[in-house]
Design a protein around this ligand. Structure first.
Ligand SMILES: Cc1cc2nc3c(=O)[nH]c(=O)nc-3n(C[C@H](O)[C@H](O)[C@H](O)COP(=O)(O)O)c2cc1C
Length: 394
């Protein structure tokens, strides 16, 4: 076996993941306008499961009523039958792949440029945020997911509570201790619901990448806190904050992906491979120093199996997150396992997928043959298009 670390199973609370590759959460735009599961959505995840990935985190499912179209929702029991079908479909494609869902509460936005801030929530409204996470987690359990991930990264409610931008004065903002209070309450309430035998992970930002945001100095302490509380993994992402978003065009809401912070979440081709690994390593070192063995996940432009293996070998992370690399080539895991690196269709980090939303399109990969909603099966470099690299950005 060429990549023994990458294909070493890992067990969390009795649930075994066949390898160390996790497909991190990726909004697909494949849900119906009001957030229900579709056949296209099922096919997307089935295709990825078939490629041998150890775990799939199904895209951020919205836990409160939302006006944002085509985003998967878990905000009422009406969404449960669709989610049951989704889990069944993924399991049919590969019974070994463990299936999780990321649950997320967003901050509201309006075309006038207004955006909700953590200071806008009244203290008495905070318990509703906890309850909504618990209700969503309950639906995820009913749907049959193997694990749940709490979204505490990027531009959303819980990451905004964690961030240094949170200036609330009611004990839920200001100091890091206070800023962690609501995310901790959410974690503990969801843990109470799912029990001690069910994997519950958290995704945090290793760094927010704007002047008023968190850095590794805060995120490593946040990591230690969730390790202490028994989180089953800590997935370390970065960026995608509103604070340094560019001024949007008249009549458009602010876009957290537009500024430097936004550009860091899914690093573009002008960043080196593995540009966020040091963040996972920093969180991991702090968690290990505090005496916890919690698996740490890194993601961010990891494209080569050899690179992934080295990250694990050097103990910089315990699980490799692949998002765009797996969209480009869902057979990445099986090709790596069989030593067929030359057959990999590599993500070129052009972010055609990330920008689908601004083109009012479904998320797809610019390397697939034109018009496809999934990677061909089988797929090889000779069939692939070059991607959408904008030369002027180099
Ligand atoms: C189209 C798209 C949608 C994404 N949606 C989510 C999401 O719903 N939740 C999340 O935590 N991260 C999301 N991400 C970030 C990825 O999970 C991942 O952290 C990032 O792309 C870096 O990994 P990669 O280089 O392997 O793509 C998204 C990324 C892309 C490109």
């Amino acid at each position: 076996m060429k990549y023994p670390k990458l294909f070493e199973p890992v067990t969390m609370r009795g649930v075994t993941f066949a390898n160390r590759i996790q497909r991190t959460s990726m909004v697909s735009g494949l849900a119906t306008e009001d957030g229900q599961v579709t056949e296209d959505l099922k096919r997307r995840y089935q295709r990825e499961a078939k490629g041998g990935v150890g775990a799939i985190v199904v895209e951020a499912a919205v836990i409160i009523p939302s006006k944002s179209p085509y985003n998967l929702r878990i905000s009422s029991d009406d969404y449960v039958p669709g989610l049951v079908d989704l889990v069944k479909a993924i399991r049919e494609a590969n019974k070994e792949t463990r299936i999780g869902v990321q649950i997320m509460q967003h901050l509201k936005l309006s075309r006038s440029g207004w955006r909700q801030r953590v200071e806008d929530f009244k203290t008495e409204e905070l318990s509703k945020i906890v309850e909504d996470h618990v209700a969503a987690a309950k639906r995820a359990l009913t749907a049959g997911f193997d694990f749940i991930e709490l979204h505490m990264a990027h531009a959303y409610v819980l990451s905004s509570f964690l961030s240094r931008v949170n200036k609330r004065t009611d004990g839920y903002g200001g100091s890091l201790q206070n800023r962690m209070k609501l995310p901790v309450e959410v974690y503990l309430a969801v843990r109470r619901l799912v029990g001690e035998d069910f994997p519950l992970g958290v995704r945090i930002n290793g760094e927010d990448f704007h002047v008023s945001g968190n850095t590794l100095a805060q995120s490593s302490k946040i990591g230690v806190k969730f390790a202490e509380l028994g989180a089953d993994y800590i997935s370390v992402s970065a960026g995608s904050r509103f604070e340094d978003a560019l001024t949007p065009p008249e009549g458009s809401p602010p876009d957290p992906m537009s500024g430097y912070s936004g550009h860091r979440m899914s690093p573009w081709f002008w960043w080196p491979d593995g540009v966020h690994v040091y963040l996972a390593e920093g969180v991991r070192d702090a968690v290990r120093a505090a005496g916890f063995a919690t698996p740490i996940i890194t993601a961010g432009k990891i494209r080569e199996p050899q690179h992934a293996e080295k990250i694990l070998e050097q103990e910089k992370a315990d699980i490799i997150g692949l998002c765009r690399a797996l969209l480009a080539d869902p057979d990445w895991p099986v090709k790596a396992k069989e030593g067929r690196e030359k057959d990999l269709v590599r993500c070129v980090a052009c972010n055609w997928c990330l920008e689908a939303d601004s083109r009012y399109e479904k998320v797809c990969c610019a390397r697939w043959p034109e018009g496809m909603l999934n990677s061909p099966e089988p797929f090889s470099p000779s069939m692939a298009r070059p991607g959408q690299i904008k030369k002027e950005y180099n």
